[in-house]
Design a protein around this ligand. Sequence first.
Ligand code: TYD
Length: 209
Amino acid sequence: MKRGIFISFEGPDGSGKSTQIRLLTEYCKEKGLEAVTVREPGGTAISEKIREIILDKKNSEMSPVAEALLYAASRAQLVEQIIRPALEEGKMVLSDRFMDSSIAYQGYGRGLGDGVRIINEFAVRDLQPDLTFFLDLDPVKGKQRVLKEGEPDRLESEAMTFHRAVYEGYKKLSLIYPQRFVTVDADRPVGEIASDIREAFDRYVLERA
Ligand code: TYD
């Protein structure tokens, strides 16, 4: 059986990833494609517990390295328990964030550098998305959207200099991995963004068939 397609969604906080994943999942259903949707950090019982520790605002003393390792641990569990088995069964997997989030947030945002890529390659045993939709939104606008939605978590509460560095990190990743990164202007109505994503998705599925 052919391995399933692995698609990740990336972008700053407030860039609208969750909405777009929901819409692409519905589109896959309409086309009769079975899609498994996961979110990071989380997606398994163990990973959700790790998520609580990472995002809890009470954990203000957490060191950047501990933070990076916790994200990687949560990801390792999700890959072994859900993502890899689904791909091996030929299913499509749509992930709300993956390893690029760690490289952008911990590598660039926290300034931990290339070590973040190395621990993550170990954590996921070299699994890479086939396609990554980068929802490109200025972090100032992202922050405004997050604040409208309610109480921000520990990461969302970081200063704008952090979010700016994360955003620049994503831009660099899109240059490092041009073959899988699809940059989508996220400062537009939901329907227009969804339509661009569907188009790139259809093209990829057709090429791979
Ligand atoms: P979440 O509420 O899932 O935010 P979003 O809906 O924007 O994805 O919280 C995840 C937070 O964790 C978000 O601020 C991004 C951050 N994050 C990292 O810093 N590193 C990572 O590897 C991942 C997966 C997320």
